[in-house]
Design a protein around this ligand. Sequence first.
Ligand code: AMP
Length: 172
Amino acid sequence: MKNIEEAVRTIMDFPKPGIAFKDISPLLSDPDCFHQVIGHFAKRHAGNRVNMVIGIEARGFVFASALAYALRAGTAMIRKPGKLPFSTYRQAYDLEYGTDSIEIHTDAFRPGQRILVFDDVLATGGTVAAAAHLIEENFNVEIVEFNFLMALDALNGQTRLDPRPVYSLLHY
Ligand code: AMP
């Protein structure tokens, strides 16, 4: 996976001082890298009878939709408030300063479906923990795994999802 790791570009002090931003644009624009990443997750879940891959706004959508296509699953979106046109469930979560929310359509899943949740980066885990609550409190579905292209291990985001199954292709 070395070339995949090399295709992730680190931009210092974006979007604010002190943040080392992991930019996936070079990876997405490289056909072999993108194909390899989606192929890796498709192989991982080949026998898992996944019905839906849900992406977290916005970079999660890119991976979720490609993986859903590869698995012949459906895809859906978890978005920032006010973006989804149909009726929604909402989950608030704490930020460093203040709070934010995410939403999902009330008909995103059918009972009993098997779900993958996908985002590009697991950082503090605040966003994906809110996504987990949003799904678990409103739908009778099984989350097969929480998937990430990369985890920033120093931030311990995985503990926010304990004891749920989490898998990340890359670790920093
Ligand atoms: P989190 O802190 O895990 O709630 O991350 C919030 C969102 O910001 C997630 O969707 C991550 O993909 C994104 N994110 C957080 N930190 C970084 C980073 N260093 N580089 C790129 N994306 C990030």
